[in-house]
Write a protein that binds this ligand. Structure first.
Ligand code: MN3
Length: 237
């Protein structure tokens, strides 16, 4: 039985000096994987996302992905030596359990850091804002395309803003716990923002109204984090 959930995830910490937030490279994490603390209180995102949803989503759903992933990796010397990113990016070569639970762990760790209390998320950087205008025409058109991707994802999955292989911004979606880092994704790239459109992400507050959740979600997006991710993604290219 694994009792390592409180183990520090500091191995994956990426120090960004001068930044007002603590962005973490969860892909650098290795076995045994650990549930990261939320970067805010469970009620911090109200009224957009309610306290009960956050408690269950983080404490039960995300925790289950972490536990299940550890259970799958434990005892396999080849897998135990891989980072989370290495485990998921070659998803086509992994078991469904690694793909689903590894993706679930990465996606949720990324998701929590994509959000902040309403009204505190700042604005996109100049570079990021102009890239959004170039790719989509305007911020409003970007939001509309992202919401459509989330609403149009049949069943459970995620809506994403990515930097694609050409260094351009693009909107895409993935089923289940897949993400654009995976070789199985229709459109691959570096995630900048991701929104969880599984019913467990919104059903208490919004019931079946996924579209209302998607349009309300912008109020809790952390544009400072997204801008830093955009800068890092385009610096590497
Ligand atoms: Mn979820």
């Amino acid at each position: 039985m694994l009792k390592t959930l409180t183990l520090s995830a500091a191995a994956g910490a990426l120090a960004l000096s001068g930044a007002a937030f603590a962005q973490t490279d969860h892909g650098a994490e290795t076995y045994p994987f650990a549930l990261p603390d939320l970067p805010y209180a469970t009620d911090a995102l109200e009224p957009v996302i309610d306290n009960e949803t956050m408690e269950i989503h983080h404490g039960r759903h995300h925790n289950a992905y972490v536990n299940n992933l550890n259970g799958e990796v434990e005892g396999d010397e080849d897998l135990e030596g891989l980072t989370l990113r290495e485990l998921i990016e070659n998803a086509s070569e992994r078991s469904d359990a690694i793909r689903n639970n590894g993706g679930g762990h990465w996606n949720h760790a990324f998701f929590w850091e994509s959000m902040t209390a309403p009204g505190t998320g700042g604005e996109p950087s100049e570079d990021f804002a102009s890239a959004i205008d170039d790719a989509f025409g305007s911020m409003d058109e970007f939001k509309s395309e992202f919401e459509s991707a989330g609403a149009g994802q049949f069943g459970s999955g995620w809506a994403w803003l990515i930097v694609d292989e050409n260094g351009d911004l693009a909107v895409t979606s993935t089923p289940n716990q897949d993400n654009p880092l995976m070789d199985v994704a229709d459109e691959q790239g570096t995630p900048i923002l991701g929104n969880d459109v599984w019913e467990h992400a919104y059903y208490i507050g919004y019931r079946n109204a996924r579209g209302e959740y998607l349009s309300a979600w912008w109020d809790v997006v952390d544009w400072n984090v997204a801008s830093e991710r955009y800068a890092a993604a385009t610096m590497q290219d």
